[in-house]
Ligand binder design. Structure first.
Ligand code: F6P
Length: 531
C-alpha cells in the first residue's frame, strides 16, 4: 500500500468488525471481566506478553481478548501502518504539512561510513545517504566535544537552556542515568521556564569561569530559551566573564542565529528531527557530557535495537504496534479519556512529563492529514507520577473513582543502589497495585468496595542503563507514531502551539504600553491588574 493513500482507522472493514465485537463482548451486563478471563485461560498472560529489545511487557491485565487483538492487528494492516513505517525509515516526506522527511531514527542508525552501505540492505535514497554522512560527522564532533568538556577540569557545571523537546528528553535521560550512577561527568543543570525564578535560583550556585551554557533550540527563536540565554549571557558579563565563545555552545538547526548570539560552536541538525524526537541528535549534548561518548553510543544502540524490532517484527508481535493498538482500543472503544504512567524508579520521575509532550503534542490533533475533521477522539490525557509516591496521592481515584483509567507501570528489575529492602518493597508495591486494580474486593460497606476489573500494563526493564533506556524511549516514540498513523493524523507537526505564541507577543506589548484597545474585556481587565 502507498503510504500516501492509507485509509483512516474508521474507514476500514476491521473497524466495523471491532465495533461489533466490542458491543457483543465488552458492553452491557455480560461485559468482559479480567478475573474470569484469567480463570478460564491459563495462557492469557503468556499470550499477551511481548519481548522487544530490552523491554518485557505484560498487556494481559487489559480489557481486551484474543479476537479484539486479532481485529486490531488487522486494523493496523488495513491502515497501512507498515507502509508508513517503511516510508519513514526510507526518508520519505511523511511529515506532509511541513513537507519534511522524519529523520530522528537516522541519528541513531549504525554509525558507519554512509558511502559504504551494508551490501545486504537495500540502497538508501540519496537524501538519506547524504544525511547519514552529515550525521556521522556531526555526531563524531559533538561526542569529541562532550568528552573534551568532561576531561576539562575547568568545567564543573553545565547548564542546558532549552524548553519542550530541547529539555524534556535530555533532562529525563540525565536524571535516569544519574540515578544509575552512569552520569559521572560535571554537574548538568536544566533551565527551561521563562519564569526567571528558575534561572535566578541556579545562578548563585555557578562560577563564571567553570560553567558551560548550552543554548539548545532547534529554531533558535523560542521565547523561553532566547530569554534565558540572554539573561545567562548578561550574568556571565556582569560576573566578569569575557570569553563567551568558550562558555556558550549552541545546538540548533538555525546556525546563523546561533552564531549571531555569539556561541563558540554550534552543533547543527536537520529540520527533519522533530523537537520531541530530538534527544538522539545534538540536542543530546548535555546527555553526552553527563555520561560520555561511549555511554551515549550505548543509548543510541538501545534505541536502534528497538528500531530493528519495530522494522522487522510481524505486526501481531510488534510491541510498539500492539501498544498503539491497545491505546486506540482504550481511547475509542472503551472511551477512556486519560492514560496514567507510573514509573517505579526515581530516575524515571520525569517520564510522565516527557511523555506528555511526546504523546499530546504529537497526537493532540483534530483533523486528519487530508484536513478532514475527525469524528473520533485522539490523544487521551497522559499524566502520572513516580511510584510509589503516586499511591499516596491519586491512586484512590484509580481504585474507586467512577471511570477506569488505564495505568502503565514501568518497572526496573535491578536497582543501582545497594540499600537493602527498598527495591523489593518497591517492586512488590507496583505489582500489588496492578493486581489490586484488577482483582478489586467485595466490601463490607459501600466505601470499602473495590469494583476491580481495572486495566493496567507492565513494562519491565532489566536495569536502567543507557542501552535499556534507549530502547524504552524508542519504543514510546514508535508507539506514538503508529497511533498517529491509525488516526490518520500527522504526529510530527504542532501548529497548535503557534496561536498562543502570537497572543503572548501582543499582550507583552500591551503590558509595556498599557494600550488594551485590541484586547477582549477580560484580558484587558487582568492586564490592568498586572500593570
Ligand atoms: O512549543 C513547541 C515547540 O516548538 C516544541 O515542539 C519544541 O520541542 C519546543 O517548542 C522547543 O523548540 P526549539 O527547540 O525550537 O526551541
Amino acid at each position: 500500500m502507498d503510504w500516501r493513500h492509507r485509509p483512516r482507522c474508521d474507514e476500514t472493514p476491521a473497524w466495523a468488525a471491532l465495533q461489533q465485537h466490542f458491543t457483543q463482548q465488552f458492553s452491557g451486563t455480560a461485559a468482559f471481566d479480567l478475573r474470569q478471563a484469567f480463570a478460564q485461560d491459563a495462557d492469557r498472560a503468556a499470550r499477551f506478553s511481548f519481548d522487544a529489545a530490552e523491554v518485557h511487557s505484560d498487556l494481559s491485565k487489559n480489557l481486551i481478548d484474543d479476537e479484539a487483538q486479532r481485529l486490531l492487528t488487522q486494523l493496523a494492516r488495513e491502515c497501512g501502518v507498515e507502509s508508513l513505517r517503511d516510508a519513514m525509515l526510507a526518508g520519505e516526506r511523511i511529515n506532509t504539512s511541513e513537507q519534511r522527511a522524519v529523520t530522528h531514527v537516522h541519528w541513531r542508525s549504525e554509525s558507519k561510513d554512509a558511502t559504504a552501505p551494508d551490501r545486504q540492505a537495500p540502497a538508501a535514497p540519496e537524501n538519506i545517504v547524504n544525511l547519514r554522512r552529515e550525521i556521522t560527522a556531526t555526531q563524531s564532533a559533538m561526542l569529541a566535544y562532550a568528552d573534551a568538556v568532561r576531561a576539562d577540569s575547568a568545567f564543573t557545571d553545565v547548564v542546558n537552556l532549552g524548553v519542550g523537546g530541547s529539555d524534556l528528553g535530555p533532562r529525563l535521560v540525565v536524571q535516569a542515568l544519574r540515578a544509575s550512577g552512569v552520569a559521572n561527568g560535571p554537574r548538568v543543570h536544566f533551565v527551561a521556564n521563562m519564569d526567571g525564578h528558575e534561572l535566578a535560583e541556579l545562578l548563585p550556585e555557578l562560577r563564571v569561569d567553570s560553567t558551560l551554557f548550552i543554548v539548545a533550540s532547534k529554531s533558535f527563536g523560542t521565547a523561553e530559551t532566547m530569554q534565558n540565554a540572554a539573561s545567562a549571557r548578561a550574568w556571565f558579563a556582569a560576573q566578569g566573564g569575557t570569553d563567551v565563545a568558550r562558555h556558550f555552545v549552541a545546538v540548533s538547526s538555525n546556525t546563523a542565529a546561533a552564531e549571531a548570539f555569539g556561541a563558540g560552536r554550534c552543533f547543527a541538525f536537520d529540520e527533519g528531527v522533530g523537537g520531541r524526537y530530538s534527544l538522539w541528535s545534538p540536542i543530546g549534548l548535555p546527555i553526552a557530557i553527563a555520561i560520555g561518548s561511549a555511554a551515549f553510543r550505548d543509548l543510541l544502540a538501545g534505541a536502534r535495537a528497538m528500531d530493528a524490532h519495530f522494522a522487522q517484527t510481524p505486526l501481531a508481535r510488534n510491541l510498539p504496534v500492539q501498544l498503539a493498538l491497545l491505546d486506540l482500543w482504550c481511547r475509542h472503544f472503551h472511551g477512556f479519556g486519560s492514560r496514567c504512567v507510573a514509573p517505579y524508579h526515581h530516575g524515571l520521575r520525569r517520564l510522565p512529563a516527557y511523555l506528555q509532550q511526546l504523546e499530546m503534542e504529537s497526537n493532540g490533533k483534530r483533523v486528519d492529514t487530508r484536513g478532514r475533521a475527525l469524528s473520533l477522539h485522539t490523544a487521551p490525557v497522559t499524566w502520572g507520577e513516580v511510584g510509589s509516591n503516586g499511591q499516596h496521592a491519586f491512586f484512590q481515584m484509580l481504585h474507586q473513582g467512577t471511570q477506569p483509567v488505564p495505568v502503565e507501570f514501568v518497572l526496573v528489575r535491578n536497582p543501582a543502589h545497594a540499600l537493602p529492602g527498598h527495591h523489593t518493597k518497591l517492586l512488590a508495591n507496583a505489582l500489588a497495585q496492578a493486581r489490586a486494580l484488577m482483582m478489586g474486593q467485595a466490601g463490607d460497606a459501600p466505601e470499602r468496595h473495590f469494583p476491580g476489573n481495572r486495566p493496567s500494563t507492565v513494562l519491565l526493564l532489566p536495569d536502567l542503563s543507557p542501552h535499556s533506556l534507549g530502547a524504552l524511549l524508542s519504543l514510546y516514540e514508535h508507539r506514538t507514531i503508529v497511533l498517529g498513523a491509525l488516526w490518520g493524523i500527522n504526529p510530527f507537526d504542532q501548529w497548535g502551539v503557534e496561536l498562543g505564541k502570537r497572543h503572548a507577543g501582543e499582550i507583552e506589548a500591551a503590558l509595556h504600553s498599557g494600550d488594551v484597545t485590541a484586547l477582549d474585556v477580560s484580558t484587558a481587565g487582568l492586564l490592568k491588574q498586572l500593570r
